[in-house]
Design a protein. Sequence first.
Length: 130
Amino acid sequence: RENIFAKNWMYIGRLDRLKKLGDYLSITLAGYPIFIYRSPLTNELVAFHNVCSHRAGPIVPINSNNYGTALYGNQSLLKCQYHAWLFDSRDGALKATPNFSYKFKSDEKKCLSLKKINIEIMLNNLFLLI
């Protein structure tokens, strides 16, 4: 999987489906759950692996019915659906861990950020390099 997909830009969807702040596209691509998100903080598109660093819960909903079919939606925060960990919508940095007693040091928080994915836009089409 890594030898085939990790070196090639892959078509994901259309830019015009992600117009509003907080719009997202969620898809499983080459076995990886990923999402593209229009950051409410910058109005820019960012892409991440759709896996929380705590217990691997999804950050945005996953289309569990159709492998490879995109799911579109809107949400104001990047928050894990399992334990409500919050992530920065600009870079995926861990921001808050509600109901979690341990206080992470800054270098520990860096390791717990969402994994960012390279994104390119060409003629209203979205491509990712996973």
